[in-house]
Design a protein around this ligand. Structure first.
Ligand SMILES: [Fe+2]
Length: 185
């Protein structure tokens, strides 16, 4: 299957790197430090990036999956829906933290709760990304022609090329040298 178009792996490498770096940032976040608000912003930026990625998958991949593997499409959509809910909960925790007085002990408790929740979310997301690469993509390879897969990539690049380039630039550290050349970052 190595020569066939892979819709997931490259972008997911960037997501994995981004999740890991935000996890490390949150683990080191000190509520009384000057940089704390920026650390919360880093979580919000990642959640926005994940929304964008899910929108890309829902727009360009879901229709093909519904056509060729409807039995799998429903479960896949449910997974994405569950992540939307989990993201809402993380955003609510962020909002609560922004309102707390940093000198209050409750802020330290809340940031630890956010750190744990973010890492549970990350654990679920890592498994989801893995399923997409190791189960969904082989299913699409089995049921879609190269022309169909190429058409997905062409539409995606035409409509979301700027967003994709920004994503790859932002997460350039996730990639091997040859991947960076391929991605232009
Ligand atoms: Fe996904």
């Amino acid at each position: 299957m190595q020569n066939r178009i892979d819709l997931f792996t490259l972008v997911h490498k960037g997501i994995r790197w981004w999740l890991g770096s935000v996890s490390a940032t949150l683990g080191a976040a000190e509520v009384t430090s000057r940089g704390f608000v920026a650390q919360l912003d880093a979580v919000a930026d990642l959640l926005a990036g994940l929304d964008e990625h899910a929108r890309h998958e829902d727009t360009f991949i879901a229709p093909v999956l519904r056509l060729h593997a409807p039995e799998r499409a429903t479960a896949w959509a449910a997974e994405h829906h569950a992540f939307e809910q989990a993201e809402r909960e993380l955003r609510a925790m962020l909002a609560k933290l922004r309102d707390l007085d940093p000198s209050d002990g409750a802020a330290r408790v809340a940031v630890l709760a956010l750190y744990r929740a973010f890492n549970r979310f990350t654990a679920d997301m890592l498994l989801h990304l893995d399923r997409e690469e190791t189960e969904l993509m082989p299913l699409l390879w089995a049921r879609c022609s190269d022309a169909e897969l190429a058409a997905i990539m062409t539409s995606f690049k035409a409509q979301c090329g700027v967003e994709a380039a920004s994503f790859y630039r932002r997460n350039a550290a996730a990639y091997t040298q040859s991947e960076r050349v391929l991605l232009g970052v």
